[in-house]
Design a protein around this ligand. Structure first.
Ligand SMILES: [Zn+2]
Length: 255
């Protein structure tokens, strides 16, 4: 099986004790590539080190996470742009709006999101969107910026059918992770109605571990649980899910 984890923070401290064992388990489970979303200037060094140590397996993105948008966000955006001008990244991420943790910087989050969408367009990168408690707002923001060359994914998609179809109409992907395996996840209808051509898969490690690991540390090897769930709901083989979602990631990041 050839799987791609399109979103995993494997450079975080949660993996400092057993990172190479964890990566071996991922490869054994069929995970051939892992894409790492950047958070803020405190994550860069760790992320690039993991990329350096694992060529052809781990790939870095660049972008400012909405939860790291504060008063000084302009400085963080300069940092991001400086890196983008220096080397190639797999995608612009993760970027977006998060109204779950803290609404203090809502306006700044929107501003940072819009500025980063233009950076992505300037550097020809796809965008990886975080939209916790803000899905309608992020969809309308993207819709106002979208042009033919802009591609992206709504990572950790947990919305409804109508939100899913708005995203697909813009030519964007739904990022499906551990939440799909939760009893109360509410994603079965969306999975059933959405063709595999519009889905990519992710773990969001170390967060949101799928059943039966729910509540524990997540890791890329658990992508298999997500594949099983999608295959089961859609009445297709796990091979089909693996093949099509990997092809989709290649189209999205592989430019
Ligand atoms: Zn993330």
């Amino acid at each position: 099986m050839y799987l791609i984890d399109s979103h995993a923070h494997i450079y975080l401290e949660a993996f400092d004790q057993d990172r190479s064992e964890m990566l071996n388990r991922a490869v054994e489970a069929g995970v051939r590539r892992i894409f790492m979303p950047h958070i803020d200037s405190l994550s860069t060094e760790r992320m690039l080190l993991v990329e350096d140590e694992n060529p052809d397996l781990c790939y870095a993105m660049m972008g400012l996470h909405p939860c790291s948008v504060q008063q000084d966000f302009e400085k963080e955006l300069l940092f991001v742009e400086n890196w983008l001008s220096k080397r190639k990244f797999a995608a612009m991420g993760e970027i977006g709006i998060d109204l779950y943790w803290d609404k203090t910087y809502e306006e700044q989050q929107k501003e940072a999101f819009i500025q980063q969408i233009s950076m992505a367009q300037k550097y020809g990168l796809s965008i990886v969107i975080h939209s916790r408690e803000s899905l309608d707002l992020t969809i309308s923001t993207v819709a106002s910026c979208v042009n033919e060359s802009l591609k992206g994914v709504f990572h950790c998609f947990t919305g409804n059918l109508s939100q899913a179809s708005q995203i697909i109409e813009m030519g964007f992907y739904l990022g499906i992770g551990g939440v799909a395996t939760f009893k109360n996840g509410g994603l079965e209808e969306v999975l059933l109605q959405t063709p595999l051509e519009h889905l990519i898969i992710e773990t969001d490690s170390p967060y949101l571990a799928p059943v039966p690991y729910r509540g524990k540390r997540n890791e890329p090897a658990y992508l298999r649980q997500v594949v099983q769930k999608i295959a089961h709901v859609k009445h297709v083989s796990e091979e089909d899910v693996a093949r099509q979602t990997s092809r989709n990631v290649d189209l999205l990041y592989g430019r």
